[in-house]
Design a protein around this ligand. Structure first.
Ligand code: ATP
Ligand code: MG
Length: 383
């Protein structure tokens, strides 16, 4: 086995008590899946609250660093070497780690031992390694605060892990530990961020998109597929379903007063989402709504749409400002795709002055006049 190793730390998982072993198994499975196509194949092991990914070279470790940092459940990733737990071997590895941290002026050492049978305690280790590094470098200083480089040493069972490169990762929980949800995924800025937040909390997220086809081109479906590809390294969508919604919009537009159309479109979307969720064993719906952002997202309108479903509807962005959502989309990598103006549902049927305070009674009465059950059945057949 190679000595180069990526240490995967997973803090929050450590808090999960009796669930911990199954969370760890899921995280290892997800890591192995993310590394599936990597050649030569790294080896994934587990030891004392860490997952270790042994790579074939330091360079391969560097190339996998970002990939691992995106996997939900990973709190921190570090790259270094596994050596024998003798002070000489640790010192030499610490010097190599420090040299890889160039350029730097100041440094510090942080040593920890999981086994108390190692003769030096953490303080003594810090002192010994620090002194060795100081003697073997030129014009470098030791600093406890505001240092440029840090060499970390962890003594675990009969080995020592020595690393200089370390960064905090995405955090959250491993995908597959929180059940399945159906996310209404438009090609807009918000819902991909909402989907990602649920993925990060460990949910399997099934995407459901409604395009304006056949009334419009199917561009938005392709755009949503691009979004799905961006989400892939973060754990990804479990699946993506697209509905050609144009004809249903037309039918609703013919029956419903202009002001209430959007609410009816949204109700039908929710009804389809719920039916799909029940078919898949998913237990909640997710949207990218943010309170007051657009006309359809007032409290009254949200309530008028929500009443259609008996399932919990999660809106992870409900209290988030647009600028914060945009920043998250930039970080995630969906911003450029979503900034392209693509009409998802057909704008032809969009009202000029949508209702902002829909009355539930009126909405329910109109809804009862629509053949919604037949539509839902039909859509699920065609999905
Ligand atoms: P987004 O940026 O996610 O498109 P938005 O600001 O455009 O949201 P709305 O158009 O009111 O706001 O949509 C609210 C939510 O309804 C979306 O976040 C999404 O979850 C769902 N939704 C809207 N249109 C579609 C669609 N064509 N397909 C699937 N879901 C949709
Ligand atoms: Mg939208």
């Amino acid at each position: 086995m190679s000595k180069y190793v990526l240490l995967v730390h997973y803090n929050e998982l450590g808090l999960k008590g009796r669930n911990r072993p199954s969370f760890e198994r899921q995280l290892i499975k997800n890591i192995k899946r993310a590394l599936e196509l990597v050649e030569p194949a790294p080896q994934v092991n587990r030891t004392c609250g860490r997952i270790l990914v042994f790579t074939h070279s330091y360079e391969q470790g560097l190339s996998l660093f970002e990939l691992l940092a995106k996997i939900p459940g990973v709190a921190r990733v570090s790259l270094g070497e596994k050596v024998q737990r003798s002070l000489d071997a640790i010192n030499e590895a610490a010097l190599r780690a420090l040299e890889r941290s160039e350029p730097f002026v100041s440094f510090r050492v942080e040593a920890r031992r999981a086994n108390t049978d190692f003769p030096l305690d953490s303080m003594a280790l810090n002192r010994e390694i620090g002194a060795y590094l100081f003697e073997n470098t030129v014009d470098k200083t030791v600093k406890m605060k505001d240092f440029d480089a840090c060499v970390r040493v962890e003594i675990i069972t009969s080995n020592a892990y020595v690393y200089g490169l370390s960064k905090s990762a995405v955090g959250g929980l491993p995908v597959g530990t929180a059940g399945t949800v159906v996310c209404l995924l438009s090609s807009g800025m918000d819902s991909p961020v909402a989907a990602w937040q649920m993925i990060r909390r460990g949910a399997r997220v099934v995407g459901l998109h409604f395009s304006g086809a056949p009334e419009t081109a199917d561009t938005s479906s392709y755009q949503v597929r691009e979004i799905a590809a961006v989400l892939e390294p973060y754990g990804g969508l479990a699946d993506l379903h697209c509905v050609a919604f144009g004809n249903y919009q037309r039918a609703i537009a013919l029956e419903v007063p202009e002001k209430l159309r959007i609410i009816m479109y949204r109700r039908l979307m929710f009804a389809v989402a719920e039916a799909l969720a029940r078919r898949l064993g998913a237990k909640a719906l997710v949207t990218g709504e943010s309170l007051g952002q657009v006309a359809s997202q007032t409290l009254d309108n949200i309530a008028a749409v929500d009443a259609i479903t008996g399932m919990p509807v999660f809106r992870p962005l409900i209290g988030t400002d647009k600028q914060v959502i945009i920043n998250q989309a930039k970080q995630l990598g969906t911003f450029e795709i979503c900034a392209r103006t693509t009409d998802d549902c057909c704008t032809l049927f969009m009202p000029r002055n949508p209702e902002t305070h829909a009355k539930l009674g009126e909405v329910e009465a109109l809804w009862q006049g629509l053949p919604h059950a037949t539509w839902v059945e039909e859509i699920l057949r065609e999905i």
